[in-house]
Design a protein around this ligand. Structure first.
Ligand SMILES: [Zn+2]
Length: 304
């Protein structure tokens, strides 16, 4: 803790936040000079939650003035928050934008990318906003599996090392979000309409990644649109009852293209599969043979 004779006691902030706190203190001071008595109220107002909401709006393309009005925060503060956020993401004016494996030849973490591509094809969505605003990728991850949420964020950081990620809380799940101008380079499958209503084909370089890391690609697809289910039965042999478990992997998707990418990867791993089409048109692909399940357990395993 530290104290300031004019502005009262304040918490000592981590190093990275000090520059902002200085700017904020200046702004609070300036406002207090104009309107005596409002400083304490203002400093309380700019809590972490307000800032988080402001950044979410700004990243979605809402104008500074609009965000300032909606959150009742001074326009100068919004501008400063936006500047710091863009600088952290390497997008501040005058700075080099974050390098891209496709545009600049930066090295791509193929393990993380294969997994992320599976997550994206299963349950991801790319928004391309109008004008020159930054595209975003959003992946929904169930709150029941915190380990999967951590793995997704780690993979996203590995593929987009220069870009900040954020979580958006929804009912029963969190959306993991990243903003980058290079999302369309890395996920060229983006297009209008839903994935099962358009053709999904991998580019040659993506095919090479998936062929070299089929287990990671399958893990991403199962973590988003699949499951590992354990059926069991009891058998009595020699007067003793024993429980037998039969784990199976299921993957369900409405896109024949995505199902084919999944089954091609299973073939590459050497895991036999069977598929069944539902009345809705979606396909269920099951992996049930003992040795195939054991193989997928090495690459995927139960959700966690
Ligand atoms: Zn690029």
């Amino acid at each position: 803790m530290g104290s300031n004779p004019t502005w009262g006691t304040f918490l000592r902030l981590p190093k990275t936040d000090r520059r902002e706190s200085v700017a904020r203190a200046c702004e609070v001071r300036a406002c207090a000079l104009r309107n005596p008595g409002t400083a304490t109220t203002l400093s309380r107002m700019h809590d972490i939650e307000t800032r988080r909401r402001a950044l979410t709006l700004l990243r979605d393309g809402t104008g500074n003035a609009d965000v300032a009005r909606r959150l009742d925060v001074p326009l100068g503060t919004i501008g400063y928050w936006k500047h710091v956020d863009r600088a952290r993401r390497g997008e501040a004016p005058g700075r080099r934008t974050a390098a891209c494996p496709r545009c600049d030849g930066r090295e791509l973490d193929v393990r993380a990318y294969a997994y992320l591509l599976g997550l994206y094809l299963g349950d991801g969505h790319i928004s391309l906003p109008r004008q020159r605003r930054t595209p975003s990728l959003q992946i929904s991850l169930d709150d029941a599996w915190p380990g999967l949420q951590r793995e997704a964020r780690t993979s996203l950081h590995a593929v987009f090392p220069g870009n900040a990620t954020c979580w958006i809380r929804r009912t029963g799940c969190h959306d993991l979000k990243v903003y980058s101008k290079h999302l369309p380079c890395l996920f060229p499958q983006h297009g209008p309409g839903r994935k099962h209503e358009r053709r999904i084909a991998l580019e040659d370089w993506q095919r090479e990644v998936v062929d070299s890391r089929p287990g990671d690609f399958v893990r991403g697809l199962i973590h988003s649109d699949g499951s590992r289910i354990v059926n069991w039965t009891e058998k009595t042999i020699g007067g003793r009852t024993k429980r037998y478990e039969y784990p199976r992997y299921f993957f369900t998707n409405a896109s024949d293209d995505i199902v084919r990418l999944y089954t091609d990867a299973l073939d590459r791993l050497g895991a036999p599969w069977r598929s069944r089409r539902r009345a809705t048109g979606a396909q269920d692909v099951s992996v049930a043979r003992r040795e195939a399940v054991a193989l997928l357990d090495v690459h995927v395993g139960p959700k966690y």
